[in-house]
Design a protein around this ligand. Sequence first.
Ligand code: HEC
Ligand code: HEC
Ligand code: HEC
Ligand code: HEC
Length: 497
Amino acid sequence: MNDKPASAERRHRPWVGWVVFASIMVAVFLLGLLFASIMERRHEARLEHVLHPIDPLESDPSKWRVNYPRQYDSFRRTQRTDGETKYGGPAFRDYLEETPENVILFAGMAFSRDYNQARGHAWSRHDTLETDRLAEDSPGTCWTCKSADVPRVMAELGAEHVDDPDAADFHDLIKAGAPHFYGKNFHDLKPEINHPIGCLDCHDPETMALRITRPALIEAFEQRGQDIRDVSHQEMRSLVCAQCHVEYYFRGENDHLVFPWDEGTSVEAMEQQFDRYGFADFTHGISGAPMIKIQHPDYELYKRGIHAYRDVSCADCHMPYRTEGGVKFTDHHIQSPLLNIENSCAVCHRWSEQEIRLRVESIQDNIKEGRDRAERVLARAHFDAAAAKQAGADDQELEEVRALLRAAQVRWDYVAAAKGMGFHAPQEAQRILTAAVELAQEARVEAGRILARRGYIDPVLYPDFDTKEKAQAVVQRFVDGDPPNLLPPRQAAADTE
Ligand code: HEC
Ligand code: HEC
Ligand code: HEC
Ligand code: HEC
């Protein structure tokens, strides 16, 4: 009965309701506009004040500085040459002076003339031009790990050799360009290579994401059926280094750069691949053995250590975070972590700086001891083989000795050429050195048998090679075909052939 007034009231309400609803809609719309304009202004501000466009193939690191001054300025510190650690640091070190056995072990190849400690990335181009190891016919391949101009030139060459350059992505371009890059003469490429290692080596300038720019690493993954673009971000923080800090060789007429990882990255797996291809870097100038020169297998050795096992990357130790004026960023002063213990190791290990340093040095001392032993045995083994030859052994009779020498030296070199004096995987390094010593001793026993069969029982007359100069003089005599006599007086009673 009394629902009439109520319904009359109800008849007036919709009008008010619609007004309230419309006002709210207008307010929401205006707020939205305001929010959008604030966001747009902030976005513009970011573009204007931070991000200047960088050319997709910009190889000059100073052009990246406008956007990333902290990373650039820390990267420039790799120029520093002061700072020495017990076994590393950027200060100059002559490995041949420190270890004259090196001259003997590399007899017949360039490393017996010139073998110095590497230094910071800012020097890569300069030091490549300075080294005595260059030859007139050195291939373009030698530039591959030295300059941020390399990915640029490879991509440019690649654009000339793919069907549709606009459709090709960066990896397609560098893979297509690489064979043409490798095929050029080192000296002819010189005008193109104007910068040391730089931003373009590790970053995509458009997104700043980490990016692989060296086809050899991409191809090594493909060879094992893996796509390098599928790896985790943490792995990328090591793989950007694995573009260069690895063992490699030049295959075929075009000196194609290859990582010998078909069977794996252990020293045995690499040796297997080299043996399969019958590959040799040089014939040993004293023993005549077909040798392999191992080059800085830093990534491979690291992979077999506790830190890789626990997913600690190269960048975690060599590019720790740093704070400047309240801003946290990645320190691009890549160097020995022992020169920056506080920011690198001490983040994870709550030991004192002094303790950390002593821990590392004692690990390195142990490896050094094993290395020294292997070097001493190996040097003698090369002379034993040469003595057997002087006693009249032919290539066939020497084959076993030389094969043992090759196997022993590959192992020694895998540890010796890796940076960090074995720290990256101490147990693995010792395991390999033990094998090297055993194989070198076997070579000596085998050579001793050949000598004994010919009546030479007394020790071989080892020349004096305890300084770099003396060792180089000895090697030179072998190279000149006028080797010193290594044979002791013959035993009359021996049963000669
Ligand atoms: C757990 C920390 C750690 C990790 C991870 C690590 N390193 Fe090292 N690295 C060291 C230490 C410690 C040394 C020894 C430095 C010294 O002797 O002065 C070293 C030495 C080096 C050196 C020689 C530096 C010098 O001044 O002698 C190079 C090159 C290097 N590491 C590269 C790499 C690469 C490449 C990776 C990844 C594949 C890697 N490291 C992973 C700690 C690490
Ligand atoms: C050898 C490889 C390498 C080179 C060369 C390199 N970077 Fe980096 N950069 C890294 C790594 C590794 C990180 C850490 C990335 C991550 O974990 O996401 C990084 C991070 C960065 C970041 C992200 C912000 C930060 O600080 O973490 C910027 C920006 C950057 N680099 C700029 C540069 C610039 C500019 C150059 C040249 C002057 C350069 N990088 C050269 C490896 C490299
Ligand atoms: C494009 C190739 C390339 C890349 C990528 C690269 N390096 Fe290097 N690195 C070199 C070369 C070449 C040298 C030696 C430069 C010289 O001595 O002139 C060197 C030197 C070094 C040194 C100091 C030299 C020493 O042995 O004492 C350290 C430490 C080092 N690199 C670590 C790293 C780490 C860590 C990464 C990854 C974050 C990395 N590098 C990425 C090529 C590269
Ligand atoms: C991101 C973290 C991290 C950083 C950075 C780091 N470590 Fe480690 N470290 C570890 C982990 C994880 C282990 C394994 C410990 C375990 O499993 O008990 C380890 C183990 C070790 C061990 C013992 C090795 C063994 O064989 O038992 C030593 C020594 C060591 N680290 C030294 C260093 C030094 C020196 C640095 C700096 C150059 C460093 N670590 C940087 C995480 C780190």
